[in-house]
Design a protein around this ligand. Structure first.
Ligand code: 13P
Length: 250
């Protein structure tokens, strides 16, 4: 891990989390307070219904919060959607955009993801922009090409403050993880593309790995020089698992 970039461990709770799940945030908070040296930022993206309670209950804590998606507009007639401004109003500092589950469940493409990232800028919250290849694309040897193309089209033309998350679709929720060499190769390629496009700003952009990151594999992944943290699904739901990933990040 390149220490010039503050590492981030972000929990994506997806469609999990009733009110009682707030207790896990409470536990995580106590565990973080008991850590002597914590060099990494911790973020949780709970379901939107928990966002206000989570941010209000943890106002002075070491945990920041984010949304899991946003609409491109600020407000208006878009039943069931949520804007970056409303997320910000609820206390979010981040928003995930372009998660592969949004891309597959809702047909979101790179152009829309880019607009969502711009909507996050407009609301002054940080977009976490997700990219990643499918199993077939990896098998056909096209992973690098596909991911770099997604990156190019999904990120705004002026990157300001963004986070990129590389999440191979076939690794999400499956327990499968690419080899360390493959993760390294992909993160190095993403870094090179960011630097080529944005110069020094591209050097500072955090690149997270996501896809079956667990307490038992986090350390090895997080040690790679262009892995600046993790975007964690299943293992973020229990504070006792999540804290181990945060500890692996030191
Ligand atoms: P899992 O950690 O459950 O594989 O999910 C990863 C993910 O999709 C995070 O956004």
């Amino acid at each position: 891990m390149n220490k010039a970039i503050i590492p981030l461990i972000i929990g994506n709770w997806k469609m999990n989390g009733e009110i009682k799940q707030l207790g896990e945030i409470d536990s995580l908070n106590s565990m973080l307070n008991n850590m002597n040296n914590n060099n990494c930022h911790t973020v949780i993206c709970p379901p939107t219904t928990l966002l206000i309670s989570a941010t209000q209950l943890n106002e002075n804590s070491k945990i920041a919060f984010g949304g899991q998606d946003c609409h491109i507009e600020q407000s208006g007639a878009h039943t069931g959607d949520i804007s970056a401004e409303i997320l910000k109003d609820a206390g979010a500092q981040y928003v995930i955009v372009g998660h592969s589950e949004r891309r597959s469940d809702h047909g979101e493409n790179d152009e829309l993801v880019q607009e969502k990232a711009n909507a996050a800028f407009r609301a002054d919250i940080t977009p976490i922009i997700c990219i990643g290849e499918s199993e077939n694309e990896r098998k056909q040897g096209r992973a690098l090409k596909v991911v770099l193309e997604q990156l190019d089209k999904s990120i705004p033309t002026d990157i300001k403050d963004i986070i990129v998350a590389y999440e191979p679709v076939w690794a999400i929720g499956t327990g499968l993880v690419p080899s360390i060499n493959d993760i390294n190769e992909m993160h190095d390629a993403i870094r090179a593309a960011l630097v080529e496009k944005f110069g020094v700003n591209g050097e500072k952009t955090p690149i997270l790995y996501g896809g079956s990151m667990k307490p038992n594999n986090a350390k090895e992944i997080l040690e790679l020089s262009n892995v600046n943290g993790g975007l964690v699904g299943g293992a973020s739901l229990k504070a006792s698992d999540f804290i181990q990933i945060i500890k692996a990040c030191q």
